[in-house]
Design a protein around this ligand. Sequence first.
Ligand code: UDP
Ligand code: MG
Length: 322
Amino acid sequence: MQEPPQLSVVIPVYNEEASLPDLFARLYPALDALGLSYEVVFINDGSRDRSAALLREQWERRPDATRVVLFNANYGQHPAIVAGFEHCRGERVVTMDADLQNPPEEIAKLLAAMDAGHDYVGGVRRQREDSWFRRLASKAMNRLRERITRIRMTDQGCMLRAYSREIAAAVAASREVSTFIPALAYTFASNPAEVDVAHAERAAGKSHYPLYKLIRLNFDLITGFSLVPLQLFSMFGMFVSAAALATYIGVIGYRLFFAPWEGMAEVFWDRDILAFFLIGMLLFGLGLIGEYVGRIYQQVRARPRYMIRAVLERPAEEPVER
Ligand code: UDP
Ligand code: MG
């Protein structure tokens, strides 16, 4: 039997042919420098470029420390990480991006925090190298998530994170269809910590998260971990009813006693505009309920989260040569 390695590094890969050679060249030496046994688990998320071929070459170069899970189609970054958690065997698991925005040299910092007794260590990108729009949107989403979920993390978008074996196993065992790994793992952590890590500009290729996908991901994060949006709607409904009642009482009183103010109400009261406002809120609320119903629907269909075409790894038992 092979001993389980001390460290597994899980990396989802989607159309990263331009980044992979540099990633291999920096990642393996950085891991060698740690002086522990390790494996790197790449998940090819249905890339349509040469990524799969490059991963196979790397596996042939370093079969002792490399595994490659090949999806048969594109299922998304987070399902790919779940597959990585299912296939890795290390005592500790580090996730990172394939595009070298997370410097592999920073892994040592995460492990040092784990040595100090933490079971979940999140990276925080103090100096983030993304567009100002992405940075602003992230700040807003971080703040919103902080308010309406119980998940406390400074930088939810940073994928450079370390998890104990138990947490990675719990994430892999969670049967949630769509999920956000850093947040899900956080719910299982007993002693989470954060460390500052460096962040680099994307060296090659381009981001796979256009605005629409970012909005989807954040909806998933909010509806996946909080019921507050639904509750807000009941609150808003109660508030509107109470305000309407108060207005009604006011209007009746005014008609009975303050007839000289005739005409004042018309200045502030435009039923069409107010009705459009309410209709907008109603549609938004309906869509919000749809988000939750959609999640329930996906969950009850219970489809597999991904399909694996092949796994490149050394057989567990080396064949005996005669
Ligand atoms: N990724 C993936 N499947 C996808 C989209 C992205 O496996 O459908 C991987 C991608 O190869 C990279 C990581 O997820 O390793 C983060 O993606 P990206 O760098 O495009 O995101 P950004 O840094 O712009 O947030
Ligand atoms: Mg990136």
